[in-house]
Each structure stands twice: as structure tokens, then as C-alpha cells.
Ligand binder design. Structure first.
Ligand SMILES: [Zn+2]
Length: 156
């Protein structure tokens, strides 16, 4: 996989932005921000649930307008993360799917961690997880994973 996806908290004006990095030859660095990750995650969740994904479903799920979804999808399409014929169904590309799966995986881990470690209710844990998932380091994620595994071992 020759694509790196990184958070770009400094660049929030447009919601998210894509900056191809020409410093490393042959390596394309795409930066997508929090909202881009949330859109990818949502496309994956809706795909698992409904089979096909339409813009209107994404808009309803996230509580955003259809023009916002269109804008986000055109950026994700340029980044090679989704494919969509004009106003047609939305499909994840292989790179998009990898990214979406990683975000969803992190979401589930964080939600579980919040519920098991400090007893947060599921709804709050999910809401918080969907924000925390974009900003934690790999080290924190690993720590949470070990902690959850320990707790589950104790319970078993
Ligand atoms: Zn999430």
C-alpha cells in the first residue's frame, strides 16, 4: 500500500483537504481530516447495513445536507477513496475500504474501552468514540486494546 492517510487538524476551513505530497517520489500522501474519515466510516456502515449507499442515506445518517455530502464525496473521489457516477450509488475503493475499516475498528475499540473501563453508557460511548477515533496515537490505541483484552480475560 503506497498511500498514507493522515489527519490534518491544521486545515479545517474547508472541512477537510487533500494535499498530495510531492516530497517523496512515487508515494502519494493524502491528508483527510476528521469529517472525511467520518464520511468513509458512514459509507462502510451503510454498505454493511443496506448493501448499496446513496447520498441521501449518508446525509440522513450524519444529519448533514445533501450538498455537504456531494462536496465531501467529490473530495473523497479525487483522493481515490470512493467511486460514484454523478448522483449514483457510492462505492468504496480498495484504499477507501481499508481506511474506513481502520476507522470503524478504532471506533469499536474506543467505545468498548469507555464502557468497560469507566462505565460509560453505550450511546455516549459511541458518540465520544466517533470523535476520539480521529485523534489518538497508535500507542494509545495499543494501550486501549491491551486494557480491553485484559478486562475480557478477567471476565472469562
Ligand atoms: Zn466513529
Amino acid at each position: 500500500m503506497n498511500m498514507f492517510l493522515r489527519l490534518n487538524p491544521a486545515n479545517s476551513a474547508a472541512g477537510f483537504s487533500l494535499l498530495p505530497n510531492s516530497l517523496k517520489k512515487g508515494v502519494r500522501i493524502v491528508k483527510i481530516q476528521e469529517s472525511g474519515e467520518n464520511y468513509l466510516e458512514t459509507v462502510l456502515i451503510l454498505e454493511k447495513k443496506n448493501g448499496t449507499v446513496r447520498s441521501v442515506d449518508v446525509a440522513n445518517y450524519l444529519g448533514v445536507s445533501k450538498p455537504s455530502v456531494s462536496r465531501a464525496m467529490s473530495v473523497l473521489k479525487k483522493a481515490g477513496l470512493i467511486s460514484q457516477e454523478s448522483y449514483g450509488d457510492i462505492y468504496l475503493t480498495e484504499a477507501g475500504r481499508q481506511k474506513a475499516e481502520a476507522v470503524l475498528h478504532r471506533h469499536r475499540l474506543i467505545s468498548k474501552f469507555l464502557r468497560l473501563s469507566v462505565g460509560i453508557d453505550e450511546e455516549t460511548a459511541d458518540r465520544d468514540a466517533c470523535r476520539i477515533e480521529h485523534v489518538i496515537s497508535d500507542a494509545t490505541e495499543d494501550g486501549m486494546r491491551r486494557y480491553v483484552a485484559e478486562l475480557e480475560k478477567e471476565k472469562a
